[in-house]
Design a protein around this ligand. Structure first.
Ligand code: ADP
Ligand code: MG
Ligand code: MG
Length: 889
């Protein structure tokens, strides 16, 4: 295998091998853009190193070969005393993990070559500044020295000289710092800072490999669902210098606004600075537009390059660049992260520009982003106390108690508090706190600061760079201009869409996207929200191409009506047990306690008209669309009083000698029905077979409701679903009884109701014998919640609290199988059962009800398996529609 690729050898499609940074550096090189020459060590080399603990044998020679070529091209040798070549050693994985892994700049400097660099550049200060940066970065990331030690020495140097920023330190100061930094390294690592440039490089490469497995990198990957075994590539890139004086500098830019999608000039620039100074917020950056005044030639070239990149990548790109004495260099680009709203807007803008088609537009957005846009926002009409304003970095409305460190954020959120993490600026060590917080507020840094980038990635509300706020993390308080002080525990509200910060709790209102889905806002109106227009268009693209239909899980007319507004094409699951609660509970009790046939029939007769009434309403609100009604499923004891409470009541009554006959009977029944394992007990079809007349009553109610709707000139399309079937015999018996009931109703009303009868597939045995079951079923609906429980053999109600966290931490699951379908296990049963069912009955209708129906990844799976529809809760319908479209596009 080849482990090293020159930048001229790669391209943007080699991200697996070269990482995102390397692949895009190669792409830019081949586009003829000014990229400092260099080469990339592959992720394969990293993986081998991580597996075996040593670099692959062939790596060293290959690196030497590419380094030789680089030295020839540059006319300098790495770390050469009089004319040194310097390089950066940069991490870069397939998926961007901002700030998670290591990069070391200025490799090749030593006590000797620092003088060569000074001569080459004609600046002592610059050379020694570069050298102290090398020792600092190398010391921290490669040798593991506590970075604060260097920071403190630097602060002390500034204090001693009475200056505020590092550019005010001169050559002598830097030289002195180099001496101190070397002492720190020697003291902390018990060895001297390595003077051999090749050794520096090799150690840095190894450190980058190892940075793949730091705790913070692992945590970030889990959060972002990035596989843990990809490894990182390493880029060795010849150095260009932004710290050579006022005609030099470094910056970051976006080809459009990552928050709104608008085209324009977005970015930050920092004069006389190197690399990470911009992101770290060491000094205040200026808006990119000001570069035009500082250096018009470089500015114009940069604008030109940004246009080239957008047209080439056909998407928003973000960029890192450096200007060395008036010469522009491109150091990185990638398709940029964006807010959810911008993703929709950019997708439609690019369609309008003719850069992409509708199918591609669908790939530029996703259901998670749509879900984010459906979050509520702050009520504009609410009375608020504005205490400051920062940069709107990641949208959303977050309310919580102020905390000033990550540790407290995690602790408080574990005990159920909502918190806002307030920091001067964040760094990768704050990741845990950011995950726990509702929102993040910083007083420093721009749209490209760590807080902003990471929050956007996580879909978390963030306001950054609120410079007028003074954050004191030691005293745990924040002081706003008017003198308002917020202490730890005070409630604050932050608006990530406007950057506004409020004291106290601001009430929230629904998002415009929800208002649009609800039909209260129209995308066609001239003044319609831009975002709503974009969402409307993308939803239309999805609806045009998707093959899966989307139904709702809804039990009442109100939910059904909302579902319909959200685009539901029917009801995939109406649970009838909710119709047995409330004041009807007593009737159910009478049914359970019935000793004689008459008593039971009387109880059923009482329930019948009520059930019928429910169905009439439901069929009316879903007129013309299918409604799948599931017959009673849960164990009966759920309708009876709690066993402990009732026992106490009975015992108390007995001690007072006024026992209540009914309570005694109830208690007997509770004992009789008590099960060790109700989930696997008397429920579903078993109830129908054991309690005479129960299912018949429900079927009759459905049939009569359908007849009533017909009489009212409606178009009811009821489907009757039998739960928890394990064998075709169960279904046959229920079916026969149901067909008789339906026939009677049809005769009595003189109509044909066209009712169909099907079953849930939610037990492994049902899935395994689906071919037989299909003989008695008009449709299957995969109940993937129960199927997951029974296939894995664990209870959904218990595992989340008991061992799931451990499983997730150990990587046994990437995500809970109740959230995203387990394709290999549960999914393969679904796939086989669908095939077997259709083999028996080619027109068998197939759907899925259960939480997976609204989960993006699962929707793609159900599309692929060839189901006819998914059914999910009303709020998730737009997400399911979108994902079904993305799966088909
Ligand atoms: P990250 O992935 O954290 O952005 P990078 O590898 O991009 O890390 O490097 C960190 C900083 O150093 C960036 O600002 C980058 O532009 C700068 N940098 C990296 N390599 C060079 C180089 N060869 N010359 C000048 N600056 C560099
Ligand atoms: Mg970078
Ligand atoms: Mg079930």
């Amino acid at each position: 295998t080849k482990f090293v690729y020159d930048f001229t050898e790669g391209n943007k499609d080699l991200k697996d091998l070269l990482g995102g940074k390397g692949a895009n550096l190669a792409e830019m090189t081949n586009l003829g853009l000014p990229v400092p020459p260099g080469f990339t060590i592959t992720t394969e080399a990293c993986k081998e190193y991580l597996d075996s603990g040593a670099e692959p044998a062939a790596l060293r020679a290959e690196v030497t070969e590419h380094l030789d070529a680089l030295e020839r091209q540059m006319g300098k040798k790495l770390g050469q005393a009089d004319n040194p070549l310097l390089v950066s050693v940069r991490s870069g994985a397939k998926f961007s993990m901002p700030g998670m892994m290591d990069t070391v700049l200025n490799i090749g400097l030593s006590d000797e070559s620092v003088n060569g660099l000074a001569q080459q550049a004609g600046s002592e200060r610059f050379a020694w500044d570069s050298y102290r940066r090398l020792i600092q970065m190398f010391g921290k990331t490669v040798l593991g020295v506590d970075g604060d030690l260097f920071e403190e020495a630097l602060e002390e140097a500034k204090r001693a000289k009475g200056v505020k920023v590092d550019v005010e330190l001169d050559a002598a100061d830097m030289k002195k710092l180099v001496g101190q930094f070397k002492e720190i390294v020697a003291k902390e690592t018990e060895r001297d800072f390595p003077q051999d440039p090749r050794e520096q490089m090799d150690l840095a490469v190894r450190a980058v490999f190892e940075s793949w497995n730091t705790d913070r990198a692992k945590l970030y990957r889990r959060q972002e669902r990035i596989p843990g075994d990809l490894g990182t590539a390493v880029n060795v890139c010849s150095m260009v210098f932004g710290n050579l004086g006022p005609d030099s500098g470094t910056g970051v830019a976006f080809t459009r606004d990552p928050a709104s999608g608008h085209q324009g000039v977005y970015g930050d620039y920092l004069q006389n600075a190197q690399g990470e100074d911009v992101v770290a917020g060491i000094r205040n950056t200026v808006p990119l537009a000001e570069l035009e005044q500082l250096d018009k030639t470089s500015y114009d070239e940069l604008m030109q390059i940004m246009e080239t990149l957008e047209t080439h990548y056909k998407d928003l790109c973000d960029i890192e660049f450096t200007i060395e004495r008036g010469k522009l260099w491109m150091l990185q680009t990638r398709v940029g992260k964006r807010t959810a709203g911008a993703a929709f807007r950019i997708a439609t803008q690019l369609v309008d520009q003719g850069l992409i088609d509708e199918a591609e537009a669908l790939q530029r957005v996703n259901g998670a982003q749509l879900a984010q846009l459906m979050f509520p926002r702050f009520d504009e009409k609410a009375k608020t106390e504005l205490i400051g304003r920062g940069i709107a970095a990641s949208p959303g409305a977050a309310v919580g108690k102020a905390v000033f460190d990550s540790y407290t954020a995690v602790k408080w959120s574990r005990s159920g508090e909502k918190v806002i993490l307030i920091r001067r600026e964040t760094n990768p060590d704050d990741l845990n706190g950011m995950i726990s917080a509702e929102g993040i507020l910083t007083s420093r840094g721009g749209k490209t600061s760590h807080a902003a980038v990471v929050a956007r990635g996580m879909g978390k509300t963030c306001v950054c760079g609120a410079e007028e706020l003074e954050v004191d993390t030691k005293r745990r308080c924040l002081t706003a201009p008017g003198g308002v002080v917020i202490e730890e525990g005070d409630v604050v509200s932050i608006d990530g869409s406007t950057g506004k910060i409020y004291l106290g709790e601001v009430p929230v209102v629904p998002s415009p996207v929800v208002e649009y889905f609800e039909g209260r806002m129209h995308a066609g109106a001239d003044d319609a929200d831009e975002l709503v227009k974009a969402v409307h268009r993308v939803m239309a693209y999805a609806d045009r191409v998707r093959r899966l239909r989307v139904r709702a899980n809804a039990d009442n007319a109100e939910d059904a009506a909302r579902a319909r507004r959200f685009g539901a094409q029917g009801i995939g699951l109406c649970r009838t047990e909710h119709m047995f609660l409330g004041e009807r509970r007593e009737m159910v009790e009478r049914l359970i306690l019935a000793d004689t046939g008459e008593e039971r029939e009387a109880a059923l007769a009482e329930l019948l008209p009520l059930q019928k009434g429910d169905f009439v309403e439901l069929f009316e609100s879903m007129d013309g669309l299918p409604v799948t009604v599931r017959l009673l499923d849960p164990p009966l004891h759920e309708f009876l009083p709690d066993i402990t409470e009732l026992s106490v009541r009975v015992a108390l009554a007995e001690s007072r000698k006024d026992s209540n006959e009914n309570d005694l009977r109830l208690l007997q029944a509770v004992h009789r029905l008590h099960e060790q394992n109700p989930m696997l007990g008397l429920r579903g079809v078993r109830l129908g077979l054991v309690i005479p007349g129960l299912f018949a009553m429900q079927v009759q109610a459905i049939a009569e409701a359908a007849a009533a709707r017909r009489a009212a000139k409606g178009d009811p399309r009821a489907e009757i679903m039998i739960p928890l079937v394990g064998t075709v015999q169960e279904l046959e018996i229920v079916r026969e009884e149901a067909e008789q009931v339906i026939a009677e109703v049809e005769r009595a009303h003189g109509v044909e109701l066209g009712l169909t009868l099907g079953t849930m597939i939610e037990l492994p045995r049902a899935a395994l014998t689906a071919g037989q079951i299909a003989e008695s079923a008009d449709f299957f609906s995969f109940g993937t919640n129960d199927l997951t429980q029974t296939v894995w053999g664990f209870s959904r109600d218990d595992v989340e609290a008991s061992f799931f966290t451990a499983y997730l931490e150990k990587g046994i699951f990437g995500v809970s199988p109740f959230e995203t379908i387990d394709k290999d296990g549960v999914g393969s049963l679904v796939r086989n059962a669908a095939e077997a069912g259709r083999a028996t009955r080619p027109d068998l209708k197939l759907g899925v009800c259960g939480e997976h129906g609204g989960d993006p990844e699962s929707v793609h799976f159900f599309h692929e398996v060839g189901l006819d529809y998914v059914s999910c809760s009303p709020f998730r319908i737009p997400v399911a529609r979108l994902e079904a479209g993305r799966a088909a596009a």
